[in-house]
Design a protein. Sequence first.
Length: 644
Amino acid sequence: MGVPSLQAAFGQVRSLELRLVGVSPCAEAAADRLDIALEDRHFPLEVVLSARAWHDSDVIERWVTVRRRTDADGTPVTVTRLDSGSWFLPDATGYRYSGVFGAWAEEFQLQRAPLPIGELTFTSRQGITGHQANPWIMIDPGDTTEEHGPVWGIALAWSGSWRLTATHRPEGGAAVSAGFGHEGVRWTLAPGQEITTPPVLGLYTGGGFGAASRAWHDHARRHILPTPQEERPVLYNSWEATTFDVTEAGQLALAKIAASLGVELFVVDDGWFGTRDDDTRSLGDWWPHRERFPDGLRGLFDGIRELGMKAGLWVEPEMVNADSELYQAHPEWILRMDHRRNDEKRSQLVLNFARPEVRDWALDWLDRLVTELDLDYLKWDMNRPFTQAGWPEAGPAQDLLWIEHTRNVYRVMRTLRERHPRLRIESCAGGGGRVDFGIMRYTDEVWPSDNTDPRDRQTVHHGFSQIYPISTMSAWVPDSPNPNTGRATPLRYRFHVAMSGVLGIGGDLTTWSQEDLDQASRFIRAYKSVRRVIQQGRLHRLGGIPGQERSAVQYVLGDDVVVLIYNPYGNAKRGPRWLRLAGLDPDALYEVVDAGGPGKGPGLLEPGSRYHGSVLMSVGLRSAAWEPIGADYRSDMIVLRKLG
Ligand code: GLA
């Protein structure tokens, strides 16, 4: 009676009767695996439920394969729902769920509320992960806190449309079923054809939401990310500074300043190709803008390298503008349906990446671009959802495009990485529209939001970090007032928020004062000295609501501890003034390496002073940023080291 995890029809027979065929446990190098084989009692459909329990992770990975046998039975076999797994929780009253909702420029907003009796569905029908929801849920008994209590977490590793439904029965039992696809999509299987789902990951912890996040981060580092150990370079991205006005002189002027500050990677964003003077044209025409770059892009990229930086470029391979040479040559390449409109969004149409010739075309020009410009980095964008998602030539198999589009994006990224081992890739979809454990297998960083306002970003980072690791979370220092919100914030606060992730700069450096530039190079130097701890350490979220109250994020890696401390409202009296740290060795002594801000007072830190871990975790420390009276937007970075 519940939400079906597997739904199939055999001609007019719309139900499954599965029987167990066999159970095969098998020991893999780093995990134990179990395959449970089932088959329909009458029709030629086989189902294998697979589960993998890693030796070094609390995560269990599950997936499903369905296969139509080759028996000569002419009945059409259609699958309308194929989830990766269903997870069942014990009967209890008072369950609560956590998840994130959002929109463009407002992604990863954490919501935590009672799990209603009934069915609660999060979904994307957009062909991408989406801004409105993200494919994970956490369930707790109702009183779990950041540091204490049980949490069950479930995350789908998929970057196309998806659906996750939590069912809560009146008797108290809860279940979560998650998988790709959405309602109305159907896959008709030819004899011998099989479909394998993406993995769904599940984990349990007794240590609160913080421990759940740390377990997700650990798992991602061990089993998902392609370059988990690599320190991420400090990046500059040109988008907010120049938008479409990309010229060699303009980019090099920014690059010169960026390099002098210590930036290590310079990324040229949208506006370099076709006749791309605004967002109405040229997607698909991936050659250098002939008026702006008559001699090609080599000069610009050589210039960036001569300044000692790596070089990156923005692309949007799955898209085409009607106003482009590509569309004139291949109007049939887009997602489309007979007798239906081709709706545009941001003046663009979606290329059907499921078509092998589109996939091969994209791989070919991307490969050439990376080779010719010797690129270190691609920012892979995807700026609109699917509509009229048809593939007339594919007939009854056309809905496979919802799967194959995503898998071909993965394939192109994977092949590019194989051919160019130095290449790093960032996933972007109009900000944070394609952030998930599927795309993270092929990308090193993701862009969580086009909103770079530091206060809004604190909220975004808070939701993002619930399951995704900090080493993937790109964050820029923008101009002030912020181009998205108009809000003015001090450079220090902007840096400290961006430093809580992978630091980048997005402001128009040609307009920054000498004093700001001097400060910027000091912050970049400070970030480099602790970035390993921030990017790879264990994360503890401390204090009140980020962006609204006194809050902090703490990172621990080996003996090193970094704490970033925020206070957006200077005159706020609410919330503790003492910041209690977490995750330290209670018996060890910690020395203050960097005390953060200026200021003197009882308990305020000074470099060289020493505290027991137990004191820092029970009494806490005081930072100038958290003192009750002061300006808005105060922040500190405190660095501690455990003494041997
Ligand atoms: C999207 C991205 C931005 C920028 C623009 C370029 O909105 O999220 O970061 O790259 O596209 O058009």
